[in-house]
Design a binder for this molecule. Sequence first.
Ligand code: BGC
Length: 887
Amino acid sequence: MTGLRVERLRCEHLADPGGLDVARPRLSWQVRSSRRGAVQLAYRILAASRPELLQEGNPDLWDTGKVLSPQCVLVPFGGEPLASREQVFWSVRVWDDEDVVSPYADIARFEIGLLQPSDWQAQWIAAPEGAESSSVTYLRSTLGISAPVRRARAYVTALGLYEFRFNGQRIGDARLTPGWTDYTKRIQYQVFDLTHLVAQGANLIEARLADGWYAGYIGFQGRRRHYGEVPQLLAQVEVDTDTGRIVHTTGDRWTAARGPIRSSDMLRGETYDGCAEVEPARPARVTTGTSAVRVTSPAPPVRVLEERHAVSVHRADGVHRIDFGQNLVGWVRLELIADAGTTIRVRHAEILQPDGRLYVENLRTADASDSYVLGAAGRHTLEPSFTIHGFRYAEVSGYDGDLSASDVVAAVCGSDLERVGEFSCADPALNQLHSNILWSARGNFVDIPTDCPQRDERMGWTGDAQVFAPTACYLFDAAGFFTKWLRDIRDAQTPDGSFPDVAPLVVLEPGGSAGWADAGVIVPSVLWNAYGDENMLAENYPAMRRWVECVRLANPDLLWIHARGYDNGDWLAVHAETDKDLIATAYFANSARLTARAAGILHLSQDEVELDALADAVAAAFRTAYVLPDGRLKCETQTAYALALRFGLIPPELASAAARHLVEDIERHDTHLTTGFLGVGQLLPALSDAGFIDVAYRLLQQKGYPSWLYAVMAGATTIWERWDGWTADAGYGDPAMNSYNHYALGSVGEWLYRTVAGISYVEPGGRRIQISPTIDQSLGWVKASHRSSYGVVHTAWQLGEGGSLTLDVKVPVNAAAVVRIPAGQDDYVGESGRSVAESPGVRVLKRDREQCLVEVGSGHYSFTVAPVADTEGNVRTRRKEDRVDQI
Ligand code: BGC
């Protein structure tokens, strides 16, 4: 028995998506088998309009029959093109290379949204003229149903944020809907299944509508109403009954009223007044809304991801001080008993002052506080609906009763991305660093990748996201999340091709900063490598090409000196300043090269030739301008060397000299880094590419300021924005810009997975993997896993007595891996108790002084390396620089 089975069915990278924009979505699955080297030889997909039809063996929409193909990722739906509202139930079985057939997988489903503009009949509505600004609008309507219901859906969106209720029940678990896009160009709607909620007779439909990103405060200029004045709702409820379809839409039959949420804002927080007089409902106002294209999101929604109880609550100075033990993003929920009229306020902060009070100076103008006036005596559950805060600590004032840790919960909120990466090692400080990276990603991925979640900023800074994107793809299935955000980037591209510094574009002028705007090229390339989905390149390619052309036109000499927008440079570097012309030209060369690669993958050969020629010419201009004959750069900083080496801008014959100059700089700084946002992600890869593993490990494990572990040693539970967020000498960093939850400097996460644990892809998407761990005495052991499109890749290494090594590897079905086992020529290399050469399913490709290179198919392999005594009887001990190169 091989236990062959199919699982994790996905449609357009999503699990059971409820509203798709495409008539031919693509289907993926993962195969499991306990047998080594198992591959899928054939599959059969069945699709039907009802699940019973599948069970009855009557797939009315599509039956592929047995297809001889190894493809299990992104197989296009091949039935008739699907129409609006169509629902599809599907399953798949596979045959492996021994002709064993799996059972059909558990049935999955997907549904098409409203594809045509004419599918929409709803009108936009808002509160009547003169309604109180920033208060939440409560909208209502009734729907009469007189025949048995077969199926019911609600298609809902808002300019602002909404919550939708049906017969008194909140529908769906998505938060902050419809998400953040440029509402003048593109707006996301959600699809809700109401089938089991619609009753015969009168049904009550309600929605609550708040300012959100549309009309509330965003950014650092104290400005609100970036898109419009008043939030608006658009909803279409469709009920299919035995006697036909009833369509009930927002329009003039709806009423609007002000309710107890008196104000709500993403930055400021929420105020609730349960004593406020109930105002009579008035007819809602029909508005023009937006002509933006209506889309469903390719990304998973924002949800409550986790609930954490406080780790401590204590009373001081008449307030309750709460510590959640983790800097996080979301809100506080309180359970308490109090009298009517009691006013309770909850304030939030990431850190404390020395006397234990909240430190809020770094929030700038973001009040980040929620308050509640209780309308009745008794037990209350208090939490906001349309705001989020970034905090570890909270302070509750106005409540005389006792609060215990079990009365206080932090609802952790963010985009509900599937976690696909795990990493742990023998060094607790590095494990904490990994945890900090993870929490900063979780907190800042809120429909878009924001810079920080707490102060008056929270924008989709493109530079931060591009440096972090590779790490994000190791941690999460971020396919849909970044696909969505790339649309925001393209929506903000100027007619002359310039990409923005923030997307969606608010507050700033368009942008065009080196390393920020380049996100429009880099992120699609990162996604292509992670998911092997050509659509991601195809969708972005024209915009990528226009961007490269835009930089070229402004810089005919090919040094990117002109038109650099805000020109952020190596943002927040310490003790070093890298020439901005050099940084920009390096990014120009890199973007031209990546766009050339994309052209090649998309079979645009003429473009590929032209763009490669451009990339070569920019690289040549870079060399002439910045590279000296001895491999030194004119600007000798770590960032300059790291970018030049990683972007292939140093002539090959000078590369090792340049890497040595980089190491000299690191040594001059007593093994401390000096890099800012742009250099930080490239620094360790530049060192390991050049063989300076020990230097890389020493930098990684440096605990003094500035370093990654410096913040960890200071108690950080998320990544800080700046290396000097807090220092023993100066205390808190400059409050004008000092976030304690900013993922950019956490881009080192990629190196932990790719180089320390050694997991990388040879073929985009991970059909061919490389397992190439970098062993270092200082670590002892490392364990990591990553779920690719094919399944879980796992690697674990451990150093043992006398220089021995074990290396555990798991490879998913349908994938193959080249494993580099660091072993000397004479060392014994075994696998699960036998010599590697005799191990079933293991093919030795190469054996030399440095390594034993093997190829394996799917399965679990336990390699061991035991040093053999040399001729003098000395056991050769593993050297620090024992390492394995990237292929
Ligand atoms: C943001 C950064 C951003 C930078 C660039 C800051 O205010 O928080 O993360 O990349 O500005 O100008």
